[in-house]
Design a protein around this ligand. Structure first.
Ligand code: SF4
Length: 414
């Protein structure tokens, strides 16, 4: 490996970390101030945002310890056979960088992942050493998110939880055949075994803390995982069912979805085209429906098209409502919380406000309109004191009525 200075290593290893979505602040447009115009850039890598357990948005230094790897996962730019420039930080270099950035007020924490150097145990030791040194040698109290390596010694994985706020273990692909094909050195059994071990350790840590105030915190921000979308043949329905199983079995805080993006010198087994970014967005919306809106995974799946994919042109809640019209219209002034949460266009905050306010007054359509972005979307599905959608809910063309198809405007139209 060529001798690189810290700045060069940082450029390589921060850029290599951008493929990990589990604390991403991605999705915005590309802007920069190159050429002396303006201030700031959305293109640089290295600092991302995450939400702390108390809801604050915090900035994290997001880097890899190294982008060298002895594994050869087809979808990964850092795989052994990839022709990228390699770099590697020592554990102490990461510690010093984190402290230097923290003291300059650039960051409030660290997100650290790594390719696998020498062996899983050796790599895990290095990751844990960064977190240990920050906490014990420097009394660092900022946020730490550590990626853990599933086939490393369970004791090392457990130590990660002692020093980090959040730990994550990537399931990588939604199906076992997909994992076997695209990440042949990884094992679904090992990944899930590590997640199960981490779940147990987090619960033990919580119990100990309840009994003894002085017990050390163990991964207080829980564990999360990431799935790559669009690199294998898994449908949205497969992904929704997998995510729900992961939440149930491992008490995950979050499942992140990362739309597969073609990489330079890509392996021939990968698709040539990236999936539409909207697919990732629809999966996040379906995730939200299961976590906050009381939808069961099979209900989200029933909103999908016959090919198992969620529609891209409308959100999954509207897709479900259009398929199951017998549940509508819902009377805003009488319906239960569960019924109101099913109404397309009504979010959890709007529902809570309706429930609080309707004890003192009745809601008209205008009142509801003030709580939603689009009253056109919501009208066919609700009844208010001055509105009842006669036959609207039964219209065959209801989808087009709510969401007119986009058409190219005539340049010289009158
Ligand atoms: S183990 Fe991680 S870093 Fe290595 S090739 Fe696989 S996904 Fe990439």
């Amino acid at each position: 490996m060529a001798q690189l200075d810290t700045r060069e290593k940082l450029a390589i290893l921060a850029d290599a970390a951008k493929y990990d979505a589990s604390c991403a602040s991605s999705g915005t447009s590309k802007r920069n101030s190159a050429g002396g115009k303006g201030l700031g850039s959305t293109e640089g890598s290295g600092i991302c945002h995450a939400y702390a357990p108390d809801g604050r948005c915090i900035s994290l230094l997001k880097i890899l310890l190294t982008n060298s790897c002895v594994f050869n996962c087809h979808y990964c730019i850092n795989r052994k056979s990839s022709n990228v420039r390699r770099a590697r930080f020592t554990a102490q270099e990461v510690v010093q960088l984190t402290l230097a950035f923290y003291k300059r007020n650039y960051i409030e924490g660290l997100f650290l992942s790594s390719g696998i150097i020498k062996s899983s145990n050796y790599t895990m030791e290095q990751l844990v050493e960064v977190a240990r040194s920050l906490r014990e040698d420097h009394d660092f109290r900022g946020y730490i998110h550590l990626k853990t390596i599933p086939d490393a010694d369970p004791e090392l994985v457990r130590m990660a939880g002692l020093y980090a706020d959040r730990v994550s273990i990537n399931v990588e692909l939604p199906t076992v055949p997909g994992l076997k094909r695209l990440a042949p050195e990884k094992s679904a059994g090992q990944i899930e075994g590590a997640m199960l071990g981490m779940k147990g350790a987090i619960e033990d840590g919580r119990d100990a803390k309840k009994k003894y105030k002085s017990a050390p915190s163990f991964a207080p921000a829980g564990q999360s995982t990431q799935m790559i979308v669009g690199a294998d043949a898994a449908t949205d329905s497969d992904i929704v069912v997998k995510a729900s199983t992961l939440y149930d079995r491992f008490s995950l805080r979050r499942v992140y979805y990362s739309a597969f993006s073609p990489i330079p010198d890509a392996s021939a087994v990968l698709p040539l085209q990236r999936p539409p970014l909207m697919r990732e967005h629809r999966l996040y919306q379906s995730d939200w429906l299961m976590r906050f809106y009381g939808f069961k995974p099979e209900e989200v799946v029933s909103a999908a098209e016959p090919d198992g994919m969620l529609p891209l042109d409308i959100d999954p809640k509207l897709a479900w409502a259009l398929k199951f019209r017998e549940y509508f219209p819902v009377d805003v002034n009488r319906a239960s919380r569960e019924q109101l949460l099913r109404v397309p266009g009504l979010g959890t905050k709007a529902v809570d406000r309706i429930l609080r306010s309707r004890r003192f007054r009745t809601f008209s359509l205008d009142d509801v309109a003030r709580l939603t972005v689009s009253v056109a979307k919501i009208r066919p599905f609700i009844v208010t004191s001055d509105w009842r959608p006669t036959l609207l809910t039964d219209r065959a063309d209801l989808k087009r009525w709510i969401k007119p198809e986009k058409s190219q405007l005539e340049l010289f139209a009158a």
